[in-house]
Design a protein around this ligand. Structure first.
Ligand SMILES: [Zn+2]
Length: 382
């Protein structure tokens, strides 16, 4: 068994030890065993520690039957004396998230009697799954209480009760495990079996923010941010709201109302534009002499509904084929051809062939796209 220094002091960042075993895992990965280590192995939803053994990078730590394996890119000979450094910022951040999770899960267990059925402590996201529903209002109350537990700076106690004492103890994660059970207690908030390192006092968590909640497998999934992650989240949101407020010339607290107003304004403008386009095509169509033979229009910008409407208006005024092209010589054209009594499909096929086009439709109306200049297309049609 490796001596687990992280259980003796979860704040130990540096230690000395001796290599007892080293084995190749793949072509460029090795795993190293030490007499003692401060590297916490993956467990309880928390990832394994990273850091250095002398100059050798440790990219992961795993436990197997009480042995702690350090995963590296280089081998170290058994008998080598090493100084180990764990990536302390990463570890402390994980301790903050994990202790924060215990507070929130403890409070939810006390208030709602729900179980934490899933915990993931990722590099950017921490999620907690519970087996029952929680409303947003209830979540806000839990968040408030969780932060109160931080302000009161409770000690986080680690104990190893006897089998007899465990039987009588009411704690979370009560499953039959072989060997000694490690109990993490936050007085008045939570008692839970857990293998991970925690902060000594709740005040070190700094801040607990519950950033999201969604329905998940008959219960809920809650997103949590603690410590620097919560502060970074605040900063990011603050930057965003400040930028939005400047863009809209609105006070920060009125920003969402200003966006709503902007959306409504935009909706009204789109309606006006559609009306103007309709008036424009009606005017253009009425200027065409009645009973003209073929009619061709080239428009820079017409949405497909308006273009189709335009063709409908034109077919009523011509005896041949009405054609509307939308776009420009550079990027190509969308086209619609229509006729009151002629089959427009042969012309459609000719255009597609001549101008790398595609499209089709019914005898009375076709639509498609093609590539060519206005001059070329006109010469083909007239
Ligand atoms: Zn835990």
């Amino acid at each position: 068994m490796t001596r687990k220094l992280y259980y003796e002091d979860s704040y130990q960042k540096e230690f000395t030890s001796v290599v007892t075993d080293c084995a190749a895992v793949t072509d460029d990965a090795y795993r190293i065993l030490l007499e003692q280590t401060a590297f916490f192995p993956e467990g309880g939803g928390q990832a394994g520690d990273t850091g250095f053994l002398n100059d050798c990078v440790v990219f992961d730590t795993q436990e197997e039957n009480g042995l702690i394996w350090h995963y590296t890119r280089h081998p170290l000979k058994p008998g080598t004396r090493i100084t180990g450094h764990i990536d302390w910022e990463k570890r402390f951040d994980r301790m903050q998230q994990h202790s924060g999770e215990h507070i929130v899960s403890g409070l939810i267990s006390r208030h709602f009697h729900y179980n934490n059925v899933g915990f993931h402590l990722g590099e950017t996201e921490v999620t907690l799954d519970f087996d029952g529903p929680i409303t947003k209002k209830e979540l806000a109350q839990i968040e408030q209480e969780a932060n109160r537990a931080v302000w009161y700076n409770y000690p986080i106690e680690i104990t190893y009760p006897s089998r007899e004492a465990l039987k009588k103890l009411n704690y979370r994660s009560k499953i039959e495990i072989e060997g000694q059970v490690r109990i993490v207690t936050i007085p008045g908030i939570d008692i839970c079996a857990c293998c991970a390192p925690h902060v000594n006092r709740t005040g070190e968590i700094g801040l607990i923010k519950l950033t999201g909640i969604q329905a998940h497998r008959g219960g809920v999934r809650i997103c949590l941010s603690a410590g620097l992650r919560a502060l970074s989240d605040y900063r990011e949101k603050e930057q965003n709201i400040k930028a939005i407020s400047v863009l809209l010339s609105a006070r920060e607290k009125d920003a969402s109302k200003a966006v709503e107003h902007l959306k409504q304004e935009n909706y009204n403008l789109i309606g006006q534009i559609l009306q103007l386009k309709k008036a424009l095509i009606e005017q253009k169509a009425s200027a065409v002499p009645d009973r003209s033979e073929n009619i061709i229009f080239f428009e820079q910008d017409l949405d497909s509904d308006t273009a189709r409407e335009f063709v409908n208006l034109l077919t009523r005024r011509c005896t041949g084929i009405a054609a509307v092209f939308t776009g420009n010589d550079k990027t190509g054209y969308r086209y619609i051809l229509g006729s009151a009594d002629k089959d427009v499909r042969p012309l459609c096929r000719q255009l597609n062939e001549a101008f790398r086009g595609k499209g089709g439709g019914k005898p009375e109306m076709v639509q498609g796209t093609l590539h060519g200049t206005e001059t070329e297309i006109r010469s083909r049609l007239l």
